[in-house]
Every structure is written in C-alpha cells, then in structure tokens.
Design a protein around this ligand. Structure first.
Ligand SMILES: Nc1ncnc2c1ncn2[C@@H]1O[C@H](COP(=O)(O)OP(=O)(O)OP(=O)(O)O)[C@@H](O)[C@H]1O
Length: 442
C-alpha cells in the first residue's frame, strides 16, 4: 500500500434485504437498504456519512465491517478484499476495524466490571499475561478521560457519557486503524455530546486512527469530519471536503439538509429550501430515475417548457400528490380545501374546481404553455368526474422529466466533487447550472 492508497475503499456496495410473507416466508419484495455506494477513507482521516433516518447509513457500516454480508460490490481494507477473507483473516480485520454504536450498553455487559469489558478484546486477540492486559486497560481508560480505578466498577455506576467513553476505550484498546462510529453522540445531551466529540477528535489524532463518523446531524459531521458523503435512499448523492459539501452544497438534497439547520442567531431570517413533497419514499420501492426527484425543488422541466420555474414546480407538485397521496376525488377536494377527507363538512361542499387547485399550487388562471394548460384543465375535469387514473395520465405525459427517467451518476463534474444530479450533466439539455433558489421565511 502506498501513502496515497486509501485505508478503506468501498465500491458499488449493495445490501438488499428480502421482504418475506407468511409461514413459508415467501419473498415478496426487496429492501434496497444500500444500493451502489462508493467511497474511500484515507489513513487517519475522519470521514462522515450523513443523511436522514433510514437512508442506509448503519447498513453501510455493518456491511463494510462484514457484520452483515454485502449483497454486492467491493470492500477493500489496506488493499485486501474484505469479502474474500477467511475466518482467520476476518478475525485480524476485526482487530484493526472497530465499531462504536449509539448505545454504549450494547458493548458493555452489566454483570462484568468495566475492566473485564475493556480487557475482553485483548484476551480474544491473544494478548497474554493478565498484568500486561490490566496495564493496557488502565492506560486506555485514562486516555478516554476516566480513572484507572474505573476498571473495578460496573457500568451502572456511570453516566451515559462515561459509558460511551468506556465503549470507546473498548474499541481503542487493540489500537485499531479504523473505527466506524454509528451515531456515537446522538444519545448524549449538549455538554456531554461536545465532550465526547472532542475526545473522539483527540483520540483520532493521538492514535492516528481513521474514523467513519455516521450521523443524521449535518452540524456534527461538519464539525468533526475532514470529508463527508451525503446519503439518500441507499445512495450517495454528493461527497467532498466538508467545507465544500456543507458550505457550498450542490445537490438539492444536501441543500435541503443544510437549510434545515436552525441558525444560532434567533434574529436571523431562516433561509429555507422547501421540498416539493414531504414523504420519504420507501427503500423497498424507490422512485425511478433520481430517487430524490419526487421531493426535489430543483426538478428539471422538459427542454421545451417555457413557463416560469415556480409554476413548473407547482404543476409537478400537483402531479406527484395526485400520483402518491390521493386515491379518491374527495381526497383531492379535501386537500385543496385544506381539510381532512373524512371531515363531513368537506365532502361534497368544496368542489375540486380548477380555481381551488390553481390557488393551492400557486398556478395562474391560465398557463402560458397551451399544452400544459390543456393537460391541467383536462386533469381537473377528470378528477371532478371521479376518474383519478385518467387525470394522472393527462399530467404524466407533458410533465415528464429527465429526473424520473434516468438515474444520475455520481460523477465528478462540479469543482472536482462528485454530485449525482442531472443539473450538472452537460448532456442533459435545456437546464442551466443554476443554484437552487431559496425561500426566505421568518
Ligand atoms: N435487517 C433488516 N431487514 C430488513 N430491512 C432492513 C434491515 N435493516 C435495515 N433495514 C431497512 O434498510 C433501510 C436502511 O436502514 P438503516 O438502519 O441502514 O438506515 P439509517 O440511515 O442508519 O437509519 P437510522 O439512523 O434510523 O438507523 C431502512 O429502510 C430499514 O428499514
């Protein structure tokens, strides 16, 4: 391995879980928890994986460490193929690559002293001599900010933050090259969180250990990591140095994540990017094309569309809500009237008129594009006739976008950074490389 070679190299990693049904566990579908993830981690660096709950961060961690068997792809550690390791090689790998979880209790046996828990990896991996082991344990406990005497106490005698320090000591005691830390401070409160984060940073430098830091919290990743990758529904959508990814985000999803962090200054206006729709799709049935497209505020219009961008967004939002959220004409009527569909005052009393739809989706009385105008009018007429299928078909053809048709690849197009978004693909016609417009609210 040369200096430039990564310690960990992950290529097209996949982990799919079967969905089974009935006594015979018949397979009825697949959860694509991790679906083609690639990244490198250099020696001694802190690399962040960030994204909403359920996007596949933990499954990536477990698959990289082979605590879950990957479905596909390539994982290399120090140049070796992790998926081809035999039992001995896997044992050596487990010594060099450790996992720290959100809940420290998962790493500590309540019936064993702290010293016994921290010592256990040393025994498993063959460090002989109880005196020597005790010395290493005490030294490691002190390095995580606890006293050597803690070795003789039990986990229940410690606070949550102290227990996480003990779990970190257990991960560090074998002097690993890599620690995968999955939401290591998420369960801790303010000051303790900052202290444990600071400890991890100090240990990373002292032990020269690489850390894969997994969190849903952009701010923590920005503070802790050198580089980061943003995950959405089993895929990486953007990666790079943290100051680039979070200060100059390019993927609309990263822009959305960053804009949702509240400012420390309460008087500052909140500059927010609104998602097109609110629902996080299911990993067992991910959207076609770009998986973010049903929520993407920067969704690309067809090349020949001439209507203003906000009208395009309103129209496509109407189309996706019709496809995903509403099953009856009453649902539509209720939504455009701003009420629940089982509210008796709503049903029948508020017709899903053209006007109500237009005002709900910020559309003008008449769209300047005759094809889109005809599609909208006929779709609303079909809704009023109770035929949502026909309404959907009327909207789908003229509002079709490259974002639902083609999957963007994570290619390096933007300032040397990989971003998986058609907006940066010069081969996609009709779309300027503009930044996402933001809306300012108070
Ligand atoms: N053993 C499993 N069997 C079936 N589906 C699973 C399994 N483990 C995870 N999943 C699914 O895979 C997807 C990714 O889950 P994962 O826990 O990796 O996400 P995450 O980003 O770490 O979220 P969180 O922070 O909530 O743990 C989710 O849809 C989850 O329900």
């Amino acid at each position: 391995m040369t200096e430039a070679d990564p310690l960990l190299s992950v290529r097209n990693l996949e982990k799919h879980y079967p969905i089974t049904e009935g006594l015979l566990r018949r397979e009825v579908g697949t959860v694509r928890a991790v679906d083609g993830v690639s990244f490198d981690v250099q020696l001694g660096e802190a690399f962040g994986l960030v994204g909403e709950s359920g996007c596949g961060k933990s499954t990536t961690a477990l698959s990289v460490l082979r605590l879950e068997e990957p479905t596909g792809g390539d994982v290399r550690f120090d140049g070796d193929d992790v998926r081809a390791y035999d039992d001995d090689e896997l044992r050596r790998f487990r010594r060099r690559a450790q996992l720290v979880l959100q809940d420290p209790d998962s790493a500590l046996n309540p019936r064993r002293t702290v010293g016994e828990s921290v010592e256990e990896p040393l025994r498993i991996h063959g460090l002989h001599g109880s005196q020597r082991r005790r010395h290493v344990v005490e030294d490691t406990l002190e390095r995580v900010g606890l006293s050597a005497a803690a070795a003789d106490q039990y986990p229940h005698e410690f606070s949550g933050g102290e227990k996480q320090r003990i779990a970190i000591a257990r991960a560090l005691v074998l002097n690993p090259d890599l620690i995968v830390a999955d939401e290591p401070v998420s369960a801790l409160d303010g000051r303790t969180k900052a202290d444990v984060l600071e400890l991890l940073g100090r240990l990373q430098r002292e032990f020269d250990v690489a850390i894969v830091f997994i969190s849903h919290d952009v701010d923590l990743v920005r503070r802790f990591c050198d580089r980061a990758a943003v995950m959405y529904l089993g895929e990486i959508v953007e990666s790079g140095a943290v100051d680039k990814v979070f200060d100059e985000p390019r993927h609309p999803y990263t822009q959305l994540l960053v804009s949702s962090i509240p400012s420390l200054d309460p008087s500052a206006p909140h500059v927010g990017v609104e998602p097109l729709t609110d629902d996080l799709p299911d990993a067992s049935d991910p959207p076609s094309g770009c998986r973010f497209h049903p929520r993407c505020p920067a969704i690309i219009p067809p090349a020949d569309t001439t209507i203003p961008r906000d009208q395009w967004r309103g129209l496509v939002r109407f189309r996706f809500r019709l496809e995903n959220d509403w099953t009856t004409a009453d649902d539509v009527r209720a939504a455009v009237a701003g009420r629940e569909s089982d509210d008796p005052a709503t049903i029948g009393s508020v017709p899903a008129t053209d006007d109500a739809v237009r005002s709900t989706f910020d559309l003008p009385a008449k769209l300047a594009d005759p094809d889109l105008e005809a599609a909208l009018t006929t779709a609303v007429e079909s809704i009023e006739e109770g035929d949502l299928e026909t309404a959907r078909a009327h909207l789908a053809a003229p509002i079709e976008t490259v974002c639902e048709r083609e999957s963007p690849t994570l290619e390096t197009r933007t300032e040397g950074r990989p971003v998986a978004c058609h907006r940066y693909d010069p081969s996609v016609p009709g779309e300027p490389e503009t930044d996402l417009e933001t809306t300012t609210t108070r």
